[in-house]
Design a protein around this ligand. Structure first.
Ligand code: SF4
Length: 294
């Protein structure tokens, strides 16, 4: 049986973003130079990478306490500053792999607070990055992730009249725009600092444009990666025939069997070779013909 001719159009950028690459490199370096290295949570939302680092000795911990020892790596998402300070106080060495773009979002929130604004963060309050930003502030900030949450905050007098807004770095601009537009009708003064990460935004714009001109869009990345899931949702919005897979094995033949033009994009914590394996499968895979019963 002849292999059906298919074309795969790759997004302009796939694989790790520079913040994730930097965090992985800093962790590898710490593991090569130090004895006892641990991290709170996963360094990246990708099992293959975390398995590799754990194989080199990285310990994954839920938290540290006064009996902890060794070197603690801070993930690209960052940590609340009190948590970093406490780690140093009890004698832990700290390798700070917080992404510089996340640090800039923390600084933007601090500046808004200093200038007398109620800090409003558009993002997921359970995300580590948002906890890090909240922990950089003196006062509690408001975190909203939908128009409904904004209305709830307004109805319970939690939204003030003079607000300074920042965004979770990996959030989609479309969603942030909707929330800010709604806020315009509720507040007297709004100052916005766009803290969305430029590599994220470029990937989203590029993937959306690609999704809208292919028959099938495939987004590769971990199911625990917020930016991957958000990228897939955005693509699905522009092309309902969008699938999310974590690797080539998860991609079903039926999904691409009758398709001629496929778009391929990835989350920011997806290794490039996983994306390449999906590309190769779409281009070359054909199932074995069924053998007739004798
Ligand atoms: S997505 Fe952006 S902010 Fe997050 S680690 Fe990557 S470069 Fe940094």
């Amino acid at each position: 049986m002849a292999i059906k001719e298919r074309k795969v159009i790759m997004a302009k950028e796939v694989g790790f973003c520079f913040g994730v690459k930097r965090a992985i490199n800093l962790t590898r370096q710490a593991l090569s130079e130090r004895e006892d290295v641990f991290i709170l949570g996963d360094l990246v939302h990708n099992k293959r990478v975390t398995d590799e680092l754990e194989g080199k000795g990285l310990r994954k911990e839920e938290d540290y306490d006064e009996n902890s020892s060794g070197t603690m790596v801070i993930r690209a998402h960052g940590l609340p500053k009190a948590k970093i300070q406490m780690a140093k106080t009890i004698g832990l060495e700290v390798v700070d792999a917080t992404c510089p773009i996340v640090l800039r979002a923390q600084e933007a929130a601090q500046m808004l607070e200093r200038d007398g604004y109620q800090v409003v963060i558009v993002g997921d309050e359970n995300h580590a990055e948002i906890k890090g930003i909240l922990g950089a502030l003196e006062q509690p900030a408001l975190v909203v992730d939908s128009i409904e949450e904004l209305h709830t905050a307004k109805a319970s007098y939690k939204l003030l009249r003079k607000v300074g807004v920042i965004f979770q770095t990996t959030h989609a601009l479309e969603l942030c725009n909707e929330i800010v537009n709604e806020m315009l009708m509720m507040c007297k003064e709004i100052r916005i600092i766009n803290t969305i990460c430029r590599p994220v935004q470029n990937r989203q714009d590029d993937a959306v444009e690609l999704a809208s001109r292919v028959q099938l869009m495939i987004v590769v990345g971990s199911a625990t990666s917020a930016n991957t899931m958000e990228l897939a949702a955005l693509c699905r919005h522009h092309n309902p025939n969008t699938v999310h897979v974590q690797n080539a094995e998860e991609l079903q033949y039926e999904t691409f069997r009758d398709v001629e033009v496929v778009g391929l994009a990835s989350g920011l914590s997806t290794p490039e070779d996983l994306v390449e394996a999906v590309r190769v499968k779409v281009l070359t895979y054909e199932p074995e013909p069924a053998t007739a019963a004798v």
